[in-house]
Design a protein around this ligand. Structure first.
Ligand SMILES: [Zn+2]
Ligand SMILES: [Zn+2]
Length: 144
């Protein structure tokens, strides 16, 4: 039995709800062009979880999905269009957008795909050129 902390999230209209449990594997900001185009925002605040830690508790049949590349299955609510999460099968992790689970204290530890940034964030956290090595990237850092 688990006593892990849980966090409830929902889409913009509330038709889709989810629960995540435990602690995220990683939190930070993604500066990639794909996140930017899909979210219509300059950066994406992500929290990455093991897929088994993420459970859709309401409206599972109301979720749309789009995969531009096999690395990312992007999910949203078909009613309100609100973004919910992105599955990264090759990483074995699911990004539940930080904004979807406001009860989780967001502590960004890293910036990824910073070579593509349009919004520099000088917070002292490491700036990865692309991704950390353990996520299949170069592991290289770039100047803030
Ligand atoms: Zn919705
Ligand atoms: Zn991204």
């Amino acid at each position: 039995m688990s006593t892990a902390r849980t966090y409830t999230g929902r889409c913009f209209c509330g038709a889709v709800e989810l629960v995540v449990s435990g602690d995220p594997a990683l939190m930070g900001y993604c500066h990639c062009e794909s996140c930017r185009r899909w979210s219509a925002g300059p950066v994406n605040a992500f929290t990455l979880w093991k897929p088994e830690s993420v459970k859709i508790t309401k409206g599972a049949n109301n979720i749309g999905s789009y995969s531009k590349t096999p690395q990312s299955n992007r999910k949203w609510c078909k009613t309100c269009g609100g973004h919910i999460l992105t599955e990264h099968p090759s990483m074995g992790l699911t990004d539940v957008y930080a904004a979807v689970i406001p009860d989780l204290a967001f502590k960004p530890g890293v910036h990824v795909h910073y070579q593509e940034t349009v919004l520099r964030i000088k917070d002292g956290a490491p700036k990865m050129k692309d991704l950390p090595k353990q996520a299949g990237g170069s592991g290289m850092e770039v100047p803030e």
